[in-house]
Ligand binder design. Structure first.
Ligand code: ADP
Length: 188
């Protein structure tokens, strides 16, 4: 189906991705797919995967690609996601994950790849007030460093294929949401 909206959103920790994903869900009726939420649910449920990923998440490291690609593949194959579309949040964040995503989508093209851009000094200040369990100073620093090392090359991977739209993430929630919606309309 060509009319299904399929989105990927990039943005540094603290860029406001979670908030904007809620807005996108409200506007387009797509399903929010956050690998961070999926892993936190696995940890909370005490599954085998949860036990494996818990120490990795606590330290701010990246879960191995194989495991991450596996949970996304399973979720994308479910009928609600196939019929309503999705906004992927926190995946892909390595070039290997990006390749796997494009391969698993096959003929189902992405509607847009959004890069919600907020500078490093601004997100560092915002993160300090957030209070999530893995938001220790070391973990934040490690996650932001990994973003530059792994995720920026992933954004570049999509940019080389002409698929990225940059959206300025500074401003009110409404302003940023409007910019995202118009970027999606332009891409779709
Ligand atoms: P953040 O963007 O602050 O890192 P997330 O909720 O997206 O928060 O992810 C929380 C943690 O889950 C990450 O620090 C990482 O350990 C793991 N994780 C989430 N998505 C991925 C992914 N695509 N690849 C590897 N690890 C991931």
């Amino acid at each position: 189906m060509t009319d299904v909206t399929r989105l990927v959103i990039f943005g540094r920790q603290g860029a406001g991705k979670g908030t904007q994903c809620d807005r996108i869900v409200g506007h387009y009726g797509v399903i929010h797919l956050s690998t961070g939420d999926m892993f936190r649910a696995a940890v909370a449920a005490g599954t085998d995967m949860g036990k494996q990923v818990e120490p990795i998440m606590q330290s701010g490291g990246l879960v191995p690609d194989e495991m991450t690609i596996g949970i996304v593949r399973d979720r994308l194959a479910q009928s609600d996601v196939e019929s309503k579309g999705f906004v992927l949040d926190g995946f892909p964040r390595t070039p290997g994950q990006a390749e796997a995503l494009v391969e698993m989508l096959g003929d189902d093209k992405l509607t847009a790849v959004i890069n919600l851009d907020v500078p490093l000094d601004e997100v560092t200040a915002r993160m300090k007030g957030r209070g999530r369990e893995d938001d220790t100073n070391e973990s934040i620093a490690k996650r932001l460093a990994l973003y530059e090392e792994e995720t920026v090359p992933t954004i570049d991977w999509f940019a080389e294929r002409g698929m990225v739209v940059n959206v300025d993430g500074l401003g009110t929630e409404d302003e940023v949401a409007e910019r995202i919606f118009s970027a999606i309309e332009r891409s779709g």
